[in-house]
Each structure stands twice: as structure tokens, then as C-alpha cells.
Ligand binder design. Sequence first.
Ligand SMILES: O=C(O)CCC(=O)C(=O)O
Ligand SMILES: [Fe+2]
Length: 370
Amino acid sequence: MESSLSHSFSPRRALRRLRAKYPSIDRLVRTVRIIPEWLRFAYGALVHWTTGRTPQRSHLALVNLFTASAGRANDAMAKALAAVHPPYRFVGSSGVLGNLGAADLARVQTQLENDGYCVFEGCLPADFCERIVQRTLQAECLVLGDEMATVPEKVRARYDRSAAKAPKYLLTEDDTTDIQEVQELLCDESLLQVAQNYLGAKPIFSGLSMWWSPPVKDQPDVEAAQLFHFDLERIRWLRYFIYLTDVDAESGPHCFIKGSHRTGAIPAEVLREGYARQNDERILQIYGADAYREFIGRRGTIIAEDSRGFHKGMMPKNKDRLLLAFELSSSTFGANKRHFIRNIHVPRFAEFARKYPRVYSNFDFKEGLL
Ligand SMILES: O=C(O)CCC(=O)C(=O)O
Ligand SMILES: [Fe+2]
């Protein structure tokens, strides 16, 4: 009985054999299998176009399309976005990243495309960073970390640098955008120009976040992004990680795997696990120690990064770190999170919001502000 079963024809087994033998059949099967995901994505794109919000299932379809195509689906969508939303003509490209001329912009672009990151040092004066630090210490933060996941209500507290209790103290988005220095950065032409070049399309400030990472644990915290992962909240994006405190090997430097943002750079067996966190051993085994980057830098250092590649914040050992992160994307399709602007502290910010509306289209300005 057993042997007759094992010799009976199984369509699944036959298809598996055919796929292994003929790559074109394998490609066809994979294409057919992701058609429902494309349909969910298309439905979500329509909803997003009409309402500005993305259904959760359609955001998941974006993630599934990324993992099923090793990033090719995102590349195709990004090309379409670039055609529909071609770049702005910004007046200049000087700002905190430097006095960027055409040759500098080309060099940055090449490095971002090839390596996935570009580090700019000494972008912000120490007193500029310190003013942000002081503002964050007066704000009520969201207290986050793996241990907090079991607490049903959101816990809020001020961050006390000498008595931290959790691995992440996140400022609310609205408090972050209410800081004068942050608003100055929001209308910085060097940040806008580099992002626009990378996206090939008008950039949108699609996500801002700022948080303290204190040394409170002896194991990396998943919630605080201390294990390798790739971000996938958008179709195509560039992130700026801005150090507001000095960061050395003890204070949880940001880490990136050079080149892992490139299409096809994530092996199929890793992609099959979907959107999963990975341990250091596996990542180093795949990419080699040569590709590993750990960004040590004084406050005022800015890392431009395509966080579609593997990255993490290292667990701080004995010093804390304050980081401000900007995400600029060619579309807000994906995670639904808008920012509220309750005050204008920098006239140029309002001027830019009027002049380049798409850049600030993910912000809700309090009535009468613009
Ligand atoms: O803390 C860091 O350096 C990385 C943060 C991160 O990966 C994220 O916010 O997605
Ligand atoms: Fe991340």
C-alpha cells in the first residue's frame, strides 16, 4: 500500500521537478503566484490616491511583492512614481550637508546607489544639537521596548538621562516637528536635493522620528531596532539618521551592510522568511565582515541611507544616544502616519511648504498657519 502511494502521480511533485529543471517555468509560477498581491497593491494604490491612506492589507502586499521579487517590484513602482512626480527645480543645493555642487551631488548619488549610504560629518554645530537635546528632555516621551509590549496602555514619561528604565524613549511626532531646529532641517535644500536625486522624483517627508536609546539591557531590543532588518514602510525612500549626541562604539552606533540595499542583494532563503529580524552571525555570514559598517561620529553627523538594506542600531553599552531620523519618499503609500504642525518657528519652513507642496504633503498644518 505504502509503495503504491509513493509511486502515484503527484501534480505538486511534478511541478516542483519542472520548476527545478526549467528556470522559465519557475519564473512563470512565481509570477502567477504573486498576481493576487499585485491586485491587492493596485486596490490599495487606488484607495491611497483617493483618500491618502493605505489599507493595511495593501501595505502587506507591498512587503510581499518586495520579498517575492527581491526588490524588482519596488523598482518598477518607483520608476512609475518618478514619471508621474518628476523632480522639483530647487533654487539651490547648499545646506547642512555642505555647499553641494553638481560634482558633489553626482558623487553622493553614486555612493548611495552603489553602497547604500553616505556619511556627512560636522553638519550641525554642537550648540544646535544641544538645543534639541534640551527640548527633548522637557517632553513626555513614549516609553518603548520589548518588555513594554505586554503593558496594555501606552506608557509616557520624561527621559531622565541618569535613570532610564527602557531601551527607547520616543518623542511624539508632533513634539518633534515643534522644535525650531527640526523645522530648520525640514527646509534644508541640501537634504531635499540629495533625497530628490536618489528618488528620481519629488521627495515627501513621509516620516520623522526622534528617540533616546539608553543602555539599560544586556540583550538587543527588537522593538528598538537593535537587530538587523530592512525597513519597508514605503516603495522607495531615503533616510537621514542625524546624531544629536556623540556616538562611539559604546553608545549604540547605527550599523549598515554595504550594498545590501541593491536589487537582488538579499538571498532568496532570507526573503522567504519575509519581514524578519536577523542575527549578526547570519548577516555577517551572508555579506562578509568587509560589508559591515558601524558609524561612529560626533554629534552633528548625518548618515544618508537607503534602509531597504540591512541595518540596525547597536545596543548601547554604557552611554545613551539621541537620534533624529527623517524618511523622504516618493510616495506615502505604505504606513499611515501623518505629522501635525502646530506652530511655525521658521518662516522659511512655511515658505517652502507653499512653494513645494508635495514635499510637505504628509504634514497637517494647523489652520491658518500657512
Ligand atoms: O537606531 C538605529 O540606529 C536604527 C533605527 C532603525 O533601524 C529604524 O528606526 O528603523
Ligand atoms: Fe530600521
